[in-house]
Design a protein around this ligand. Structure first.
Ligand code: SAH
Length: 395
């Protein structure tokens, strides 16, 4: 049995771990048995020296330990294999891995899969890994080996895209860890097709978490004028046209995203006059907007990436929602989202309450949305429910 360094918590600080919350904050630590290095595997004990959990130590930020086991175990390749197998099994169970009409999915969702600090997305056999914790990064070779073993022939490439996700002083370049591809990756999502640029694109290349919400949008678009603000590569725009929209406008400040949006529209619908994309600032666009859209999608980037930015972030969401709601006509529909982890479902709904009151409009909530099932929410870690959305009817 390995002799892992022990971390002893201050009295009373064991409660959240006993309720399976996977984070230990640095202020909760009373003592350590050995000098710690970033990424070390550590065992966490309460003040009475009772074992609580095992995780990775991180010496930056306020989260000192990210827990991956609440059972005292040897942490070896078999341990990680079991974790990956469970995550893969879940994606098969929900009908995503192996599906005929969808092949873009999240394979590993950090805390949601009991593997804090690890994200793996799957794009038609191409996998993109993002390490958000140094301890997970140290296991890079193990994860590549296991992906090859567990995904078999369906695995085409493994790309490490942690250049911006590993904090601290690590010089880290993105690189292929298994095979290489220069060819364009095309995925299917409910039979809609999308080009994915895993190297130049944002995040791992696509916002897979919006899959079900894009599908839902289709139902609202027949013969409608649709505006997709913060459209990235046109996920919702493709859905809107699929749903029968007769006019779709996509707005994103990134020219690269807009170029790919146009390619994605053509890939699915050929040359069409029904779609127009604008590489402009969304706030300017909304200020000047005079078209009476029937359906608007508002999916901004995270305005509150950390807890201390929550109030400022909420103000940002309120302002932009208020402006949009003010301009929307009776009987129109708004799909509005926040992907900020620091903003809860209740915060988001209260913010929409204020935005609509300030806009002087009556609204009805038609749907309350979240992330897809391949981004599972760990019940003991409410923070893993990061995507919130509402479908609103302007009365
Ligand atoms: N709805 C998209 C994901 C949106 S991500 C999908 O389903 O794929 C947020 C997007 O906002 C990014 O593409 C980013 O380029 C864009 N963005 C950020 N700030 C912006 C701004 N001020 N104006 C317009 N777009 C912006």
């Amino acid at each position: 049995m390995n002799n892992y360094t022990k971390i002893i918590l201050k009295s009373g600080k064991e409660k959240s771990i006993q309720r399976f919350h996977p984070w230990v904050f640095s202020g909760a630590i009373e003592a350590v048995t050995k000098e710690l290095n970033n990424g070390d595997i550590v065992e966490v004990y309460d003040s009475k020296k009772q074992y609580l959990a095992t995780g990775h130590y991180q010496d930056e930020g306020s989260i000192a330990v990210r827990i991956f086991s609440f059972e005292k175990r040897e942490i070896n390749e078999d341990f990680w294999k079991e974790k990956l197998q469970k995550a893969i099994y879940l994606r098969e169970t929900i009908g995503l891995l192996g599906s005929q009409n969808t092949n873009a999915l999240r394979l590993i969702h950090g805390e949601g899969d009991g593997i804090p600090g690890l994200i793996i997305d799957y794009y038609n056999g191409n996998t993109v890994i993002q390490f958000h914790a140094y301890g997970m990064f140290l296991l890079k070779d193990t994860f590549v080996k296991l992906l090859i073993e567990l995904l078999g022939n369906s695995l085409k490439t493994v790309y490490d895209k942690s250049g911006n996700t590993l904090s601290g002083n690590y010089e880290h370049a993105n690189e292929f860890l298994y095979q290489n591809t220069n060819s364009e990756i095309i995925v299917k999502e409910f039979d809609n097709q999308y080009y994915i640029d895993i190297i130049e694109g944002q995040k791992t290349g696509f916002f897979i978490d919006q899959r079900d919400n894009r599908k839902l949008l289709e139902l609202f678009c027949k013969n409608k004028k649709v505006l997709n603000v913060f459209s990235y590569t046109g996920g919702f725009s493709v859905s809107a046209l699929k749903g029968g929209a007769n006019m779709v406008h996509s707005v994103d400040s990134s020219q690269k995203a807009i170029d790919l949006t146009n390619k994605n529209i053509e890939l699915n619908f050929g040359q069409t006059e029904k779609h127009q994309a604008f590489a402009v600032d969304a706030f300017d666009f909304i200020d000047k907007m005079d078209e009476d859209y029937d359906v608007v999608v508002l999916d901004p980037p995270a305005f509150a990436k950390q807890l201390h930015l929550k109030e400022k972030g909420l103000k940002g969401y309120r302002n932009i929602n208020q402006k949009v709601i003010q301009k929307m006509k009776k009987g129109s529909i708004l799909f509005t989202f926040s992907c900020s982890q620091a903003i809860s479902k209740d915060d988001f709904r209260t913010m929409i309450f204020s935005a609509s009151a300030l806009a002087g409009k009556e609204l009805k909530i038609l749907h309350q949305l979240s992330q897809g099932a391949d981004h599972p929410i760990n019940i003991y870690h409410p923070e893993s429910e990061y995507l919130k959305g509402l479908v609103l009817y302007i009365d």
